[in-house]
Design a protein around this ligand. Structure first.
Ligand code: HEC
Length: 308
């Protein structure tokens, strides 16, 4: 027991000593707080690369081009650097029309801004051999991905077009299911047929959506929503999962419909028809979320037009 206590005290003393020496080291000029490879490169890759890489880079500005980025920086002086003043430390474009803030939908999180500011203030070190592209494991730029994966990526662009099929079909199915309570079997079979087609088309739309997300540089599906996620990241996260759930629920309802036929169960018949009516609202929500991702907050914009 005593021995343990002694060991603990020793360890504590050692770590305090350690702390003191590292604080002392921080004061010396070559021990910087921010390290390009560890702190800045991943940040630029995650937050800037989706728009500033490759042939279609916004304004032709490549974030991986050391000279191009450093042209916006006055090393050692963040407050005097265009990158900081014009592009980082700015209110969002949504709030201020002529703001140049990057990314365009709002400033970076405070912690990310702090890293970039300290990095510039400490001299904007970018070791000549540290490349953003080489460390980026994305196979997309190498041109060596197989044809099926390229095909999957290509169909992603049709997501915004194809989603209209499940939207219309789920809506028709819901309306027919509702009418089937008053008009009987004919509407009932129409409701089921629309539901089946809606489910198939929603699976296609979801697959395309996942591919589209990949193309747009959204985070992988394993990523949970972080606390300081931007509004755009939040709506994207919701859209991805509500959309996927819609397709799954659609399939479940189709299965219930098939079981109803088989077992002639009235309860199952109620379940899929009421479910179809519910799906109208769910698909409306998913469609609206998707619309916002493409067009921004359309209600707010419409309201602004009226209140001018
Ligand atoms: C969603 C896309 C997008 C993201 C993400 C993005 N940018 Fe941009 N960036 C643009 C667009 C579009 C322009 C063109 C200027 C404009 O219309 O505001 C631009 C222009 C710039 C410019 C001016 C380039 C020039 O030569 O005129 C700089 C610098 C810049 N961005 C830095 C960044 C940095 C740093 C990040 C990451 C923190 C970033 N951008 C993230 C879309 C983006």
């Amino acid at each position: 027991m005593n021995k343990n206590l002694l060991a603990c005290l020793l360890m504590l003393a050692c770590s305090l000593l350690d702390l003191r020496t590292s604080i002392g080291q921080d004061a010396t000029p070559n021990q910087k707080l921010v390290n390009f490879g560890r702190d800045i490169a991943p940040l630029l890759k995650e937050r800037c690369m989706q728009c500033h890489e490759g042939e279609k880079a916004s304004n032709g500005f490549l974030i991986s081009d050391r000279a191009a980025l450093l042209a916006f920086v006055e090393p050692g002086n963040a407050a005097g650097s265009s990158l900081w003043n014009d592009y980082l430390n700015q209110p969002s474009k949504l709030k201020l029309k002529d703001s140049l803030v990057m990314p365009p939908d709002g400033p970076l999180a405070a912690s990310e801004l702090a890293l970039l500011k300290v990095w510039i203030d400490e001299g904007a070190d970018w070791p000549a051999d540290a490349s953003l592209v080489a460390t980026n494991a994305e196979p997309s730029e190498t041109g060596s991905i197989s044809f099926p994966s390229r095909l999957i990526r290509a169909i992603g662009y049709f997501h915004p077009a194809v989603v209209h099929f499940p939207i219309v079909l789920f809506t028709l199915s819901g309306v027919a299911a509702f009418l089937s309570y008053f008009l009987g079997t004919r509407c009932r079979s129409a409701a089921f047929q629309c539901l089946a087609m809606a489910s198939v088309s929603s699976i296609v739309a979801v697959i395309m959506g996942w591919s589209f997300a990949d193309l747009q540089g959204y985070p992988a599906w394993t990523n949970l929503l972080s606390e300081n996620a931007t509004e755009n990241e939040r709506s994207f996260f919701m859209h991805r999962w509500v959309g996927t759930s819609t397709a799954i629920l659609g399939v479940v309802l189709v299965v219930l419909g098939l079981l109803e036929r088989r077992y002639k169960s009235n309860a199952l018949g109620q379940a899929w028809r009421l479910g179809s009516i519910g799906m109208m609202f769910l698909i409306g929500l998913v469609g609206h979320q998707g619309g916002e991702l493409v067009y921004g907050d359309i209600f707010e914009k419409a309201y602004n037009q009226i209140s001018k």
